[in-house]
Design a protein around this ligand. Sequence first.
Ligand SMILES: Cc1cc2nc3c(=O)[nH]c(=O)nc-3n(C[C@H](O)[C@H](O)[C@H](O)COP(=O)(O)O)c2cc1C
Length: 136
Amino acid sequence: MGTVVVYWSGSGNTQALAEAVSGGVKAAGGSCDIFAADKISAAKAAAYDKLLLGCPAMGAEELEGDIFEPFYGALEKLIKGKTVGLFGSYGWGGGEWMEIWQKRAEAFGINVAAVLPVNESENGTEDAIAFGKKFA
Ligand SMILES: Cc1cc2nc3c(=O)[nH]c(=O)nc-3n(C[C@H](O)[C@H](O)[C@H](O)COP(=O)(O)O)c2cc1C
């Protein structure tokens, strides 16, 4: 069923990465659907072959709590053995949230093929396109 990008973004940085990642997958010839996390259920997302998941560092090095965490918490139980890429924007934490997220995914038996943490001071568009192309 191809690749899906699902993201949450409060101030737009991770959304911009999500759009670039999706564009990269398509540029590499893959099919790719893109949804904000409140627009797709975990079960529907889990039906895709490969998933690209985007969420910025929130809380204290955590995933965003109201929408993305409930979505991801349901999803992680459904995608054991599947391949994912994780991406998102962060501020002052040095990318620690992404290390925590990757370890959490791997503990669920999810194959984390690639991660892309992008500092909020950077324009990550080119890196995100390359990330999507490579993932495809
Ligand atoms: C409530 C809140 C909590 C945050 N917590 C962290 C954090 O723990 N570590 C960090 O590196 N950045 C943190 N940030 C910074 C965001 O990750 C950063 O601004 C990011 O670019 C936001 O992405 P977005 O535009 O996709 O919402 C936080 C920002 C907000 C608003």
